[in-house]
Design a protein around this ligand. Structure first.
Ligand code: DGP
Length: 130
């Protein structure tokens, strides 16, 4: 998929987006528990939560993963962080702290090929991650 693909709320999903789980969630083709959204980003609860708060924040525009990010994605990536903070605030974990995770590739167990920022919190966490 072209990384320069325009935001396209009103048009049908392209062939590549049709194969992407999170593109389909963003488009409303598949259900999700929406937590928050902005012009560029979409936040919904993880299907397999690892903590009391486990929300995924994804760009509406398809980007494969953090390793595929380039300067043309600057506004999308900044918006992910802004929305992640809003999620932490609305979930009531801003003060106590939370973890932001970007899994990239096999060793990190990245399983969905659409950039997603995990917002995890509501319990103490260990470091380093196992
Ligand atoms: P990662 O390992 O970073 O690729 O995490 C992908 C996350 O996506 C994982 O925590 C489970 C979540 N997930 C997978 N499929 C779905 C789905 O259909 N809906 C929702 N809400 N989350 C999903």
């Amino acid at each position: 998929m072209s990384e320069d693909q325009e935001l396209s709320e009103d048009q049908e999903l392209s062939e590549d987006q049709a194969d992407c789980l999170f593109c389909r969630i963003v488009a409303g083709e598949l259900p999700s528990q929406v937590v928050s959204e902005s012009e560029r980003s979409f936040a919904f609860r993880d299907l397999n939560p690892q903590a009391p708060t486990h929300v995924l924040v994804v760009p509406r525009r398809h980007i494969d993963d953090a390793a595929a990010v380039n300067a043309s994605h600057a506004e999308d990536v900044a918006d992910l962080l802004v929305l992640a903070r809003q999620v932490a605030e609305s979930e009531g974990i801003l003060d106590r702290g939370y973890r932001l995770v970007l899994n990239v590739g096999q060793d990190a167990q990245n399983s969905v090929g659409h950039l997603h920022l995990h917002v995890i919190g509501g319990r103490p966490m260990g470091w380093p991650p196992s």
